[in-house]
Design a protein around this ligand. Structure first.
Ligand code: FES
Length: 182
């Protein structure tokens, strides 16, 4: 009888060769490890920039070559979701980042204001924060911005204009080579 009780006690207390206490202890560590991994995974995922195709920070198809060529020289077209202006100048297309190079305010295009360049009579960028003024090349004409508006590379791929909003190019002035010919 004593032997049979002892055997009953062992089967109740042992799990897979471990005592109940050992088993519960290991199970706790496995559960804690799983929670820890999940937390670390979530943290890493939240820190890693998630760039969806077609959103700011990726390469964006913005127009067909035909659509782009229909924009007259001097035209400035706003792509608000993509955070840039497409400016057509004599030598091609510039994708101007809308972020002011002073302290980063969004710079609106003012189509009715007097122009600061020779391409058209009207249109310029007026920064609302400290009065910075840029022309349609993105070049500074007055105010505190230390350099022209930054640009994104523009390429032609399979008959479409593609702007790489993941690559910001700083510049000290305008050069024709900055514009993409189509
Ligand atoms: S942020 Fe544009 S002029 Fe200051």
């Amino acid at each position: 009888m004593a032997e049979s009780m002892s055997s009953f006690g062992d089967s109740a207390e042992k799990t897979g060769g471990l005592t109940r206490r050992q088993f519960l202890g290991r199970a706790w560590w496995v559960a804690a490890g799983a929670v820890g991994l999940e937390t670390i995974g979530g943290l890493v995922a939240s820190l890693w920039p998630r760039i969806e195709e077609g959103s700011f920070g990726s390469k964006l198809k913005i127009a067909t070559v035909e659509e782009a060529m229909a924009m007259p020289v001097g035209t400035v077209t706003y792509f608000p979701e993509q955070r840039f202006y497409l400016s057509r100048v004599e030598s091609g297309f510039l994708a101007l980042y809308r972020k002011c190079t002073h302290v980063g305010c969004v710079v609106p295009w003012q189509p009715e204001d007097p122009s600061e360049d020779d391409l058209a009579a009207n249109g310029r960028f007026n920064c609302p924060c400290h009065g910075g003024i840029f022309d349609r090349y993105g070049v500074v004409h007055s105010g505190p911005p230390p350099r022209p508006l930054d640009i994104f590379p523009v390429t032609v791929e399979n008959g479409e204009l593609v702007v790489d909003t993941g690559t910001i190019i700083q510049r000290s002035g305008f050069e024709e080579s900055q514009a993409t010919e189509v």
